[in-house]
Design a protein around this ligand. Structure first.
Ligand code: GDP
Length: 140
């Protein structure tokens, strides 16, 4: 079993599709180990995305991610990191495959509905960013 950090981003929360996305999470065989609703500050969003601090869209991205509530999720499944990224689809929804969350719910390359960790090291950092041990429900 592997764990990944997913986020239902502020655009999707504002659009009222949290329930639809959670249905897709469960249908794809992920177990939700932790979940919360958070409205990040700009500074917190900058901390979360610190790996992107040199990228030209860093200011826009962190302003967007602090623009309203978001729903971080700790997901568990076999091969969870790759499986979640496949379900999300390409970063740019114009290139996202049919059946992916971004194809269905994203607006553009920035407001793309969902986030997912891209490696085990990133997942460990991102899970710890949002959830303490007490927030995480074990299976049994
Ligand atoms: P991801 O792993 O598919 O989420 O994509 P990246 O790690 O490359 O980028 C992180 C996030 O930054 C994306 O999910 C988008 O919300 C945002 N982003 C990526 N590329 C751009 C861009 O060219 N412009 C803007 N404004 N945001 C972007």
């Amino acid at each position: 079993m592997e764990r990944t950090l997913a986020i239902i981003k502020p655009d999707a929360v504002a659009a009222g599709v949290v329930g639809k996305i959670l249905s897709r999470v469960e249908a794809a065989g992920f177990t939700i180990r932790a979940l919360k609703l958070v409205h990040l500050s700009k500074r917190q969003a900058e901390g979360f995305y610190q790996v992107h601090r040199e990228r030209p869209f860093f200011q826009d991205l962190t302003t967007f991610m602090s623009s309203g509530p978001a729903v971080p999720l700790l997901l568990e499944r076999e091969n969870a990191i790759a499986a979640w990224r496949e379900l999300m689809g390409a970063t740019n929804p114009a290139q996202a495959a049919e059946g992916t969350l971004r194809k269905e719910f994203a607006t553009d390359i920035e407001k793309n509905a969902v986030h997912g960790s891209d490696s085990p090291a990133t997942a460990a950092y991102e899970i710890a960013f949002f959830f303490s041990a007490l927030d995480v429900c074990p299976r049994d």
